[in-house]
Write a protein that binds this ligand. Structure first.
Ligand code: APR
Ligand code: PHB
Length: 396
């Protein structure tokens, strides 16, 4: 079979939210790209992930013409509650403390919007791509070799955007001597279910001696719930009835009695990890989203970070092509990482505060309890948390 050779300005590795949003924003700025995605379209669009957008993320999505479905089907909320066993409920009241609300809009829905808008624009999105290899990254003519549906494909480009998630090839194409990885692996995961039952009326993080739980929504009759489970647990160990029994035990009354159980339509386990890889640039390769960093889902920062990375990278590429100015490209890694570390810190802190750690001492438990008491009592502490929970502003 003859090899195919293509040229584009930006080769984008990965067709998740980071890659698709980047290709959309680039096209608005007149920059062409080709997206290379390893999996099938159905697989990418079927993945269930978190679904809370910061004000800044929502604003950016509106600015690039992606606000219609989000504003119509999404659900605005002014904060998330913490239900701590035997203590008063606490609302992370972002509206009150920092004047910002959030929008509940599932990543699955946003991914569908992105594929729709790119397909309508005639974008080149290659799925079922295998053996992706990046080369000549430190030259002005980098390239990508891969196999697309069995046929060898070479892409010549000006830049490569590594949007291929935690398990992708982009980050690993940066030599070890240049790259520094920072990681914390937690000894538990979240078992998440989707069920066609009416959800509770708000997002609630439950802190309980049996472990953490979370109540979330995907629509008026679609609930998303999670419970903390030990690492190594499989979904087979959690038939529906066991899941619902455990879930309600972790919420205090009257929430526990308000939870409606029903058959689940999706069930999966995500391990919890904090991970940051620096720098986010190597020559003409720029990392975006999960390829460079992972946060535990406590705080729902993962998708928001992918969106802010895209904001910074799209602006940098726009300045490169339109103004022949590489200032933003040169500070991309540093700027993006400042926000990444902010979100890494707050999602680590919330994870530490709200989960049961098997190896934690009684001393640490008392500290976390005192931290919560301080949060209940101190306006300063509330504001500190709200500022970060709502998402730090994008840098000019
Ligand atoms: N070649 C091409 N595509 C690849 C490769 C590869 N070698 N490896 C992975 N991919 C694809 C994956 O199949 C996936 O579709 O890259 C895509 C990466 O998408 P995501 O993992 O969704 O990452 P990202 O786009 O950065 O979005 C971040 O996803 O995990 C959540 O919490 C996270 O919400 C955040 C969002
Ligand atoms: C979700 O809606 O799935 C969700 C909400 C908040 C989180 C994590 C996940 O912190």
């Amino acid at each position: 079979m003859t090899a195919e050779r293509r040229r584009t300005q930006v080769a984008i590795i990965g067709g998740g939210p980071a890659g698709m949003l980047l290709s959309h924003v680039l096209s608005l700025n007149g920059i062409d790209s080709i997206v290379l995605e390893r999996r099938s379209r159905e697989h990418v669009q079927g993945r269930i992930r978190a679904g809370v957008l910061e004000t800044g993320s929502a604003r950016f999505l509106r600015d690039v013409g992606l606000g219609a479905n989000m504003d119509h089907h999404g659900h605005r909320h002014d904060g998330v509650s913490i239900a701590w066993q035997d203590k008063p409920e606490f609302l992370i009241d972002t509206k009150r403390h920092v004047g910002l609300s959030m929008i509940a809009y599932g990543q699955t829905a946003l991914t569908a919007d992105l594929y729709a808008v790119r397909e309508a624009a005639g974008a080149e999105i290659r799925d079922h791509v295998a053996d992706v290899r990046l080369h000549d990254l430190t030259t002005h003519r980098p390239g990508v070799d891969c196999v697309h549906r069995g046929r060898p494909l070479t892409i010549d480009c000006d830049f490569i955007a590594g949007c291929d998630g935690f398990h992708g090839v982009s980050r690993r194409s940066i030599p070890d001597r240049v790259r520094q990885d920072y990681e914390r692996v937690y000894p538990f995961g979240w078992l998440g279910v989707l069920a066609e039952v009416p959800p509770l009326d708000r997002f609630i993080y439950a802190r309980h001696e049996r472990g953490f739980a979370l109540a979330a929504q995907r629509g008026p009759s679609l609930s998303r719930y999670y419970i903390q489970v030990p690492s190594g647990t499989t979904t087979g160990e959690w038939p529906d009835d066991r899941f619902w029994r455990e879930l309600v035990r972790r919420f205090p009354d009257p929430m526990s009695t308000a939870i409606e159980a029903g058959p689940t339509i999706e069930k999966s386990i995500a391990p919890l990890r904090s991970f940051v890889s620096e720098p986010m640039r190597y020559g003409r390769l720029f990392l975006c989203g999960d390829s460079a960093h992972i946060v535990p889902p406590t705080g729902a920062k993962g998708l928001n970070l992918a969106i802010s990375d895209v904001f910074y990278l799209a602006r940098a590429l726009d300045w490169h092509y339109r103004k022949q100015d590489d200032g933003y490209l040169d500070c991309y890694s540093e700027t993006a990482l400042r926000r990444v570390w902010g979100a890494t810190r707050i999602s680590w802190w919330l994870t530490w505060l709200l989960h049961r750690f098997p190896d934690r001492s009684a001393f640490d438990d008392r500290l976390s309890e005192n931290e919560y008491d301080h949060l209940l009592a101190s306006e300063h502490a509330q504001r500190w948390l709200c500022e970060q929970y709502a998402g730090l502003p994008y840098e000019a």
